[in-house]
Design a protein. Sequence first.
Lengths: 307, 289
Amino acid sequence: MAKYIRRRLALAVPTILLTSIVVFLMLFLIPGDPASIYVGEQTATPERLADIRRVMGLDRPLHVQYADFVWRALHGDLGRSLQTSRPVADEIMTRLPSTVVLAVAAMMLAVGLGFALGLVSGLRQNTVLDSVAMLVALFGVSMPVFWLALLLIMLFAVHLQWLPATSLAGWKGLVLPTVSLALLSAATMARLVRASVLEVLQLEYLMTARAKGLSGAAVVLRHALPNAVIPVLTAMGLQFGALLSGAVITETIFARPGLGKLVVDSIQNKDLPTVQGVILVLAVIYIAMNLLVDLSYAAIDPRIRFE
Amino acid sequence: MKDPASRPEARGPWSDGWRRLRRNTGATVGGAIFLLIVATAGAAPLLAPEDPVRLNVAESLDPPGRRHWLGTDQFGRDVLSRIIYGARVSVAMGLVAVAISVAGGSVLGLLSGYYRGTADLLVMRLVDVMLAFPGILLALVIIAVLGPNLGSAMVAVGVSGMPLFIRVVRGSTLSVREVQYVEAARATGSGDTRIVFRHVLPNVLTPIIVLVTLGIPSAIVAGAALSFLGLGVKPPTPDWGDMLSRGRAFMNTAWWLSTFPGLAIMVIVLAINRFGDGLRDALDPRMKL
């Protein structure tokens, strides 16, 4: 187990490093002078640009600049926003909780709904219940987040006026963004849980369990479910990524001040330091999540450690 | 196929697959709808009742009716005409982006699966990095670099779709290269290029075809999402995602502005997805995609 954890951790480090290289290189890949991009002044005089280049260290070799970038990022310094002149790290910290709350709420809803639908249709295969659940799932998969969000706003905010269309109004404001963000993941999860349950139910050890007289519920809960959960767990890591990126869209629609909205606004305002900072933070969160999933996976399924 | 003897048709994996696909009603209807949308996009100037970008403030925000079947927007532009022209952007988005994914993904997948070793290591690291940016984030990185417009949105969506193609092509290549006829080809003196193009590629074609059909709808949705966020097409070009986004401001008074483009996106996505699912089942029922 310890060996597996070490190996898995060792794999995550180069991924994070390579990711940081990509984010770092963005500045040099954008057409134009890095100095003028970094200060957001497209019309600065050559002398001023030379000053900026020296002050910001842009005249040093690339690898030195990269090392500096990583060193400062590790110490929580992601540069300053061109829009607000505040440190990017502060901008991120003020918005991070909002995105985390949304992503976690959506994850919980997606897992709950996905398992409920998937279990029902898996255990009652080829019944009306199964068909209905899978039809809901098909719609969920085909529904773009932004379109679903608009329909929800039209129905619940504009017509019925039960819930606010923006998320500034406490927990009530969280409902619509969470539902629209979670549905796609819930649908994906439901299809997966169903397939997984169907596969496990055919295995021989379940026949044994039934043959020795266990009730249906005990067979499902004690024997089928734990094994059906494993493939779903991997998918959860990926779904968390889908939720993070879905948050980009959901936050923009519901005017929710989170990281997703921040990165979209920053791209439009050509605020590169903020774009780099947010993308780096989101990527690291995502890598960490997948690492956690992989580790819990090994804890649940002993076969994985001995690969 | 009730009586195989009376129907002496040529049989092979492709004709068998075609027959299975034809029998799948959902897939056939989906494919037909997609073709219809492509035809609409191509013939947009002939079909659209009005110029999609002509302003006519006198008729702004007309509800759907005789004069304008799907109503007009705040500038008096005909929504139906804009949806017909918008099909061009969506179809182009789906096709160009997937072409980028399939071209890049096949080359890299073949390289890493066939040569293994260092090439494989490098390509797989690249895939790791691309997958480290969840969903739309990699597209955002590319758009931040290239600037927000339709061209960079296509590149962004195409590149984001690449890892899936790389993995599938690599996996298939890895298994095909060990097969005996490849060994035989090598023994008889075929070069790498010949082996890859004559023996390996035809055998990884099935998963590629399925991935392409299933990749188009997700590319369309991703493109529409980028336009929705204001990072795709620039006005006044008609685009479904952009129309949906701009209609939000009039949700209380003019429901038709967002509803119809949204429906258009959903119809095209559902249609191609049904077709792709049917194609997968017809070509290779065991494939898990």
